[in-house]
Write a protein that binds this ligand. Structure first.
Ligand code: GDP
Length: 297
């Protein structure tokens, strides 16, 4: 329900047009596929993914001998779900498990960390935040505010401190306190690809020393209101960092929710969470089927 509300702008524009299109077609022909592809591209699904969806839809319609436009919509939902499915769940198997969070300023990184901490805590996990974005004092202060809101501990040093040293302290505290999940804010921006890679690999080495070869999550936070530009941004980050997942924020503030559909297909990286508002409980673990149902309901 929350997702549905968060997708209102996308539904009011793109999905409404799609529904009008489906109801205006009396038979299923090439014109319908062409119009649908155009709508998908306009709805920020991305050219490549829109083409793929339509070509799969054509095959499915032919194979299943679908002649009713309303049934095409059901087939479309299935195809979109298949494209997005897989790998949505966070890998939290080691103790402590670690989530590194990266992203450019303003995308909602701090807010997402706060919401994520609250969500994990609500599911019974002991959570620790680590303020390894030491580049700006304000980033540390903001994270402290979110730690208080979520009711979790935070490890921080002063502005300009060595991020790897903060992470080291964080890992020691996590072990001493029996923490389940360490969420680590980083200054993982994109000023310069080499800086980003160096910073992340330094932090990763500190973490790996503690949790061995266990996987950690590296989540990139993206602002959905930037539509397909978010996908381009992700592509650049992907080259510099070993991303394991995406968090797409601000879906509530945009009609460009279609971008969710193309991320996994375009980048091969699953979406783990979506942000649908500014409040602490406005972050939803991503579930492809639930998302598609909410979008088309
Ligand atoms: P950061 O610079 O990446 O750490 O960004 P912040 O976490 O400070 O967020 C920037 C702004 O985006 C703030 O005003 C947040 O309230 C807002 N924001 C973050 N996530 C969402 C979301 O899912 N929906 C909406 N509407 N606003 C969000």
């Amino acid at each position: 329900e929350k997702i549905s509300k968060g997708l209102k702008k996308t539904k009011d524009s793109v999905i409404r047009q799609m529904d009008q299109m489906f109801s205006s077609f009396t038979k299923v022909d090439e014109e319908l596929f062409e119009e649908l592809e155009e709508l998908l591209v306009m709805g920020d699904v991305g050219v490549h993914t829109s083409e793929k969806i339509c070509s799969r839809l054509r095959e499915k319609v032919k194979r299943e001998k679908i002649t009713d436009a309303a049934k095409v919509k059901e087939a479309l939902k299935e195809i979109i779900t298949e494209l997005m499915e897989g790998g949505e769940e966070l890998n939290l198997s080691s103790k402590p498990s670690v989530i590194l969070v990266i992203g450019v300023n303003g995308v909602g990184k701090t807010t997402t960390i706060g919401k994520m901490a609250a969500d994990l805590k609500a599911s019974g996990k002991r959570v620790l935040m680590v303020a390894a974005d030491t580049f700006r004092a304000a980033a540390i202060d903001q994270l402290q505010i979110w730690a208080d809101r979520a009711g979790v501990d935070i490890i921080k040093h002063g502005e300009g401190a060595d991020p790897a040293a903060v992470v080291f302290d964080g890992m020691q505290a996590a072990k001493a306190r029996g923490v389940d999940v360490v969420i680590c804010d980083t200054a993982g921006r994109l000023h310069n690809k080499k800086n980003l890679m160096d910073e992340l690999s330094k932090i990763s080495r500190v973490i790996q020393r503690e949790i061995g070869d266990n996987d950690m999550e590296v989540l990139l936070v993206l602002d959905a209101t930037t539509g397909q530009n978010a996908v381009n941004q992700a592509r650049q980050f992907k080259e510099a960092a070993g991303l394991t997942g995406i968090v797409l924020t601000k879906l509530d503030g945009t009609a460009r929710g279609g971008v969710v559909i193309s991320i996994k297909d375009d980048l091969g990286i699953p979406i783990k969470y979506i942000g649908v508002g500014e409040q602490i409980d406005d972050l939803q673990p991503f579930d492809a089927k639930g998302f598609v149902d909410a979008l088309f309901d």
